[in-house]
Write a protein that binds this ligand. Structure first.
Ligand code: MRU
Length: 366
């Protein structure tokens, strides 16, 4: 998608064909800066320190991380090391383990001297696939948005609420939850997005708002607690969020606070859709209770970072010294609250049978 009119992707291979380029998302929206990843450790750092974040982008970066590892040590030991260390960088998004296992399965049978070139080609392929998947999610989601818009007065704006950043910054391109929104906007449908700020790291206020603004999509940032009020007052037509992991029964794990939006949507009879690319679906786990939920540092809650009027990035404490904080990164929305999963193959009920019918090739033991 566009940054200052220039097309950008969340991760890509540098023109030198050696290093991998990512956007340092910890600096947005204040500074746009890229980082070069040269080694396995760089890729792990990028994921762990959240220069890259968002389930699909974590997966694609990990795939490139495997390629960086293979360039240095393509022995069986080197492959085993990369396969073990990358998934430990962040626990919740299944795309990470999925991408690493897909790469490892391809590389294990190959002779060591073929692994470097093969891993680079495979990482590029996985990244291109991500773009295609998200594009298809955009098409299926666009049909939903068109149907909702048809119920409104001609020209009246369609209000979509989203949580966290499931935008292009969270993927290689398009985003998942934002793909239908970009396609709707580009096709002339008058859309407006309520952007949840998404404390504690503010991915909505910092990232979603930034990318929607760059693409010219009308949007308004609201505090996380505003969603219920907006819904009760007829100011929301539907909710679309992304996901870090959907389990076999259709439970949806996503950024902390997603569950509360689903509850509010249900109480107000509003559709609550989840944009769910197939690499985010974990058929090996029966339900959401089994998903490892990342617990992050207290300082994300106790401190805030922003830019001063003088243009300095500063971090300040906003809580009393000594008050402890608890920081679960994600929550689980039960399948019964989900109106539908927007996948690359079409819209699917959040239910075991429907998911298995949509993805028979992915069902474990099926
Ligand atoms: O902690 P983050 O920023 O990696 O969390 C991101 C989310 O929760 C996204 O909604 C999810 O990964 C889907 S991204 C298409």
């Amino acid at each position: 998608m566009l940054v200052n009119g220039q097309a950008r992707r969340g991760v890509f291979l540098d023109a030198d064909g050696r290093s991998v380029v990512v956007i340092d998302q910890t600096l947005l929206p204040h500074r746009f800066a890229t980082r070069q990843l040269e080694t396995l450790d760089d890729a792990i750092d990028a994921i762990r320190h959240m220069w890259v974040r968002g389930a699909p982008l974590i997966g694609a970066t990990a795939a490139y991380g495997m390629a960086l590892a293979m360039r240095v040590n393509a022995s069986d030991a080197g492959l085993a090391e990369a396969t073990a260390r990358l998934p430990a960088a962040r626990p919740t998004a299944i795309n990470l383990a999925w991408a690493v296992e897909r790469m490892a399965a391809l590389l294990r049978p190959l002779p060591a001297d073929a692994r470097s070139a093969a891993s680079l080609a495979a990482a590029n392929e996985l990244a291109e696939e991500d773009v295609a998947i998200n594009g298809a999610i955009g098409d299926h989601g666009l049909a939903i948005l068109r149907a909702l818009a048809a119920r409104k007065a001609p020209g009246e704006r369609l209000n979509i609420l989203t949580h966290c950043n499931a935008g292009w910054l969270a993927t290689v391109d398009w985003g998942t939850a934002t793909a239908p929104i970009y396609k709707a906007h580009d096709s002339g449908l008058p859309v407006h997005v309520w952007v949840d700020e998404t404390r504690p790291r503010n991915q909505g206020a910092s990232l979603t708002a930034w990318e929607l603004g760059n693409h010219g999509v009308p949007h308004t940032i609201v505090v996380d607690n505003a969603g219920g009020h907006l819904m009760r007052n007829g100011m929301v037509d539907c909710v679309i969020v992304g996901t870090d992991r959907v389990t076999a029964n259709g439970d949806v794990c996503n950024k902390i606070g997603t569950y509360l939006k689903a509850l509010a949507a249900r109480d107000n009879d509003l559709p609550f859709y989840v944009a769910a690319p197939s690499p985010s679906i974990d058929f090996a786990i029966a339900d959401g209770a089994e998903i490892p939920i990342e617990i992050r540092g207290e300082e994300e809650v106790t401190h805030l970072t922003g830019m001063t009027r003088e243009g300095r990035l500063e971090t300040v404490r906003v809580t009393p010294e000594g008050s402890p904080a608890l920081n679960h990164g994600f929550d689980v929305t039960p399948a019964r609250l989900v109106s539908g999963l927007i996948t690359e193959r079409g819209v699917c009920a959040a239910e075991a049978g429907a998911l298995a019918a949509m993805f028979p090739d992915r069902v474990v033991g099926g």
